[in-house]
Design a protein around this ligand. Structure first.
Ligand code: ACO
Length: 318
């Protein structure tokens, strides 16, 4: 038993931070950011909490799927930056939407949404669930060094959600991890124990951009090919690719090696930047609501992120 996507939703903060706004904060400019990344603006939480965004995205996805919260059997939230360290972000969402099912978080960084789909698949295979809410969300503005021009121009906040139901929509899913805490990481920050004898690192994104870039391009190409092969499909069968929205140059470099028309790659990173675990489900919802997907379309999801994680999946839209 697999699953199908019954509904999608998304929520982003109201506040828009443009490249011009950033050029007043650090030594950068719109032209550099646009040509090196494709990003024009991003949404940043000012008044909203990440939970507000998750709840809005979840409610929109449930409405789209025509179900109520009490029909949910499980909630999984993919995030590395929930509102609290504990309880989980998923527990906060469960309470706010009025559900009564188990709920937990998983941390797969930017690949987290695809990791969460894989976890959900296990529950469907065991036939212990009929409806599952999967949310991807991160609050990167909270762990961004706003004095570091090489990272602060890349990120935004946001949340996307899907409701899954029993079905045969998921055709394959593939996760990888290349354990690494050097090229991309966010340390925990200050240790409050009076007995702790080491220095604490600044709890912001630390990234070796060019290393992540090289990893990301290969991750996209290999991930898409592997997920298609496992599904018994070829690049020619693909109707849409919904990639992690990190940098348009990463997506274009992958396109050069793949036999999939560039127009089949859905991109919205110009509006939101990299929203980590929110990125793929936000793009999936926007493409869905824009009427891009037809019944029977083969859609490939792919992501990469800290870990270093990758995730790819093939879904037949129903
Ligand atoms: N504005 C102006 N100049 C800048 C900026 C900026 N915002 N940032 C860097 N520069 C400068 C650098 O200082 C450097 O100057 P120098 O040549 O005088 O030293 C020059 O621009 C080139 O810098 P590079 O780092 O070589 O620029 P590059 O073309 O590699 O682009 C980028 C950098 C955009 C970060 C790219 O490497 C990238 O996209 N990497 C992948 C990032 C990514 O996808 N991360 C995923 C994160 S997932 C997560 O964190 C949850």
């Amino acid at each position: 038993m697999s699953f199908s996507i019954l509904g999608t939703g998304k929520a982003v903060p109201q506040f828009v931070l443009t490249n011009d706004d950033l050029s007043k904060m650090v030594d950068t400019n719109d032209e550099w950011i646009r040509t090196r990344t494709g990003i024009r603006e991003r949404r940043i939480c000012k008044e909203e909490t990440i939970t507000d965004l998750c709840v809005s995205a979840a409610e929109e996805a449930m409405k789209d799927a025509n179900i109520t919260a009490n029909e949910l059997d499980l909630i999984i939230c993919a995030t590395f930056r929930g509102e609290f360290i504990t309880p989980s972000e998923a527990s906060l969402i469960q309470k706010r939407i009025g559900a009564s099912c188990p709920a937990f978080d998983i941390n797969g960084a930017c690949s987290g949404f695809i990791f969460a789909l894989d976890v959900a698949l296990g529950y469907f295979a065991r036939k212990t669930v009929k409806k599952v809410l999967v949310i991807g969300a991160d609050n990167l503005s909270n762990v961004t060094d706003w004095n570091d021009r090489s990272t602060c121009v890349l990120f935004g906040d946001g949340s996307g959600a899907v409701v899954l139901g029993e079905g045969e929509g998921l055709k394959s899913i593939h996760l990888t991890l290349k354990g690494d805490s050097d090229v991309l990481y966010v340390p925990r920050g200050k240790n409050t124990s009076p007995m702790y004898e080491h220095e604490s690192e600044n709890p912001v994104v630390h990234m070796q951009g060019s290393e992540v870039y090289k990893f990301a391009v290969i991750a996209m190409i290999k991930g898409i090919r592997k997920a298609l092969k496992d599904a018994g499909l070829t690049e020619e069968d693909v109707a849409w690719v919904v990639p992690h929205q990190a940098n348009i140059r990463i997506i274009n470099a992958a396109i050069e090696k793949l036999n999939i028309h560039p127009e089949k790659f859905f991109c919205n990173l110009d509006k939101y930047g990299n929203t980590s675990a929110g990125s793929v489900p936000i793009a999936l919802d926007e493409a869905n609501k824009a009427g891009k997907f037809k019944s029977g379309d083969i859609i490939v999801l792919c992501a990469f992120g800290a870990g270093l994680t990758t995730g790819s999946a093939v879904i037949r839209w129903e």
